[in-house]
Design a protein around this ligand. Structure first.
Ligand SMILES: C[S@@+](CC[C@H](N)C(=O)[O-])C[C@H]1O[C@@H](n2cnc3c(N)ncnc32)[C@H](O)[C@@H]1O
Length: 306
């Protein structure tokens, strides 16, 4: 493991949210540097089990040497399939700490950051076919507009999409610097904030982060035992909205569903009425925790599939 990989965010709150039973089965859907996983293992007894998913090859080096732990080097969108391989059909808790790790952002060659010039890559899973440069070279201006306005809430997304499409007529996007050449002159407001929004939007699209999150949430309905916990840390509003909708209604769109008798389908009890945020002390110590929103649901026993 590298000397510093990632500092776990809201660790105590996440652990409390999971309500660890010593002999329970838990999933850390976003293993990363294993910070949260280490704490889960400390709380588990000898018969407990923990599965850690991560789609990034780099995370594998952090896998914990503990008979109760299994590292699953795959996208969490396949959570049900891989748990079945281990003959697990029900779990007591699922933790998802979404987005990228500090290691990914700070590794220049991964292309996630506007601070380093490298291949404009941004793939969390190094085996994905298309990286960020490919997206910029291949997608229509309409798709680019949609990405920047939906996932980045970029104000002048239309101008940005048009400028990107014009730029690539002279030659393909390849390096982070190519994207910066187009984006810098269009920056509105604080430069760093604008660049962060553009880079975030592209990263979400390249990794299909919203699609993967929707699949994870949907499968959690069947995977969680009655009383089982779903604990999600989101770092931007589009993600957080999806989690909030899901916890309230059992579907990612947030559509309220009723049965024949008018009973509303509410698959989760909300452990906190509102999302929790990190303390001031934590954000001072770890500025990357700043935008975190933590939501916790407890699977209701009386709901269908329970
Ligand atoms: C914010 S970091 C998690 C850090 C971790 N909680 C820790 O304490 O070290 C997110 C991690 O989840 C992984 N990840 C993000 N989306 C994923 C997905 N759909 N499937 C599997 N892993 C994913 C990333 O590769 C990254 O390593």
């Amino acid at each position: 493991m590298r000397s510093f990989y990632h500092q776990p965010v809201m660790a105590e709150e996440c652990l409390k949210g999971l309500a660890i039973r010593p002999d329970g089965v838990f999933v850390d859907a976003t293993f990363g540097g294993g910070g949260h996983s280490r704490l889960i293992l400390e709380a588990l007894g000898d018969n407990g089990r923990l599965f850690g998913f991560d789609q990034d090859d780099d995370a594998r080096a952090n896998a914990l040497d503990d008979p109760r732990f299994t590292f699953v080097p795959h996208n969490f969108r396949h959570i049900g399939r891989f748990l079945r391989l281990y003959e697990v059909t029900r779990v007591d808790g699922i933790l998802a700490d979404l987005g990228v790790s500090s290691h990914q952002i700070d590794a220049p060659e991964r292309g996630f950051s506007f601070r380093f010039d490298s291949r404009l890559d941004m793939r969390m899973n190094q085996n994905l076919e298309r990286d960020a440069a490919d997206w910029l070279n291949e997608e229509s201006p309409e798709t680019l507009l949609n990405i920047f306005s939906t996932f980045g809430e970029v104000r002048n997304a239309r101008t940005l999409a048009r400028s990107l499409a014009e730029w690539r007529q002279q030659g393909p996007f390849d390096r982070v610097g190519d994207l910066l050449a187009v984006v810098e002159p269009l920056a509105r407001g604080k430069r760093e904030r604008y660049l962060a929004q553009v880079f975030q939007a592209l990263r979400i699209a390249v990794n299909d982060e919203m699609g993967a999150l929707a699949e994870l949430l949907n499968q959690s309905l069947d995977l969680l035992r009655p009383g089982g916990r779903l604990v999600v840390l989101a770092y931007h509003s589009v993600e957080d909205r999806m989690v909030k909708n899901f916890l309230k209604t059992g579907n990612v769109e947030g559509t309220v569903r009723q049965d024949f008798y008018g009973n509303i389908f509410r698959p989760f009890d909300l452990v906190h009425k509102k999302a929790l945020s990190p303390s001031e002390a934590e954000t001072r110590d770890n500025p990357r925790a700043r935008s975190a929103k933590l939501r916790v649901g407890a699977r209701r026993p009386e709901a269908p599939n329970a």
